[in-house]
Design a protein around this ligand. Structure first.
Ligand code: ZN
Length: 175
């Protein structure tokens, strides 16, 4: 086993993630991406849960503002456009397949779980099924690894560089 490609989760991180999710976070092994303020943005979950269930989704978006922004994109039908991009642009399709392999390699550096061998997340390598998983991967891996996750992150309007963890008190920026 090599070292996992992210920093481990502290007890305080797990408490914050539980708050973000509104339920106890379980089987969290790392925090691959954070908000500007340090709050977890993406969690890494064990490839095999404590109860024995194989869990392919290594990286997942937990930050409430990021999750909401990506949900809006999904509701807008953006995924169909991304799927067409994969059909029409061989360079993007090839980068997306490489992202799939990078995802599997990260996960298998933690544990090899035969039941999910070759299965990544978000629809990779050929489909676009969950932008939360793809943006989670883009944030964990950094720009230039997941072409669809990078696009969705940019188009979501949410950025890890601008903390939106707490509503600005006294602000007029209501929804
Ligand atoms: Zn923040």
């Amino acid at each position: 086993m090599t070292t996992p490609p992210f920093e481990p989760a502290s007890d305080a991180d797990i408490a914050t993630v539980s708050e973000q999710l509104g339920r106890p976070a379980r089987d969290v092994i790392g925090i691959p991406a954070r908000c500007a303020c340090g709050a977890p943005t993406v969690v890494a979950t064990q490839p095999r849960l404590g109860n024995g269930t194989p869990f392919p989704t290594l990286y997942y978006l937990t930050h409430p503002a990021a999750t909401a922004a990506v949900s809006r994109l999904e509701a807008d039908g953006t995924m169909a456009g991304y799927a067409s991009l994969l059909d029409e642009d061989p360079a993007i399709a090839s980068a997306y397949r490489a992202a799939h392999l990078a995802y599997l390699s990260d996960r298998e550096s933690i544990a090899f779980v035969p039941e999910i061998h070759g299965i990544s997340a978000g629809g990779m390598p050929n489909r676009v099924k969950c932008l939360h998983a793809l943006v989670g991967h883009a944030l964990a891996a950094g720009p230039g690894v997941n072409p669809i996750g990078d696009r969705a992150l940019a188009e979501s309007g949410w950025s890890p560089e601008r903390c939106e963890c707490r509503p600005a008190s006294g602000s007029t920026a209501a929804h």
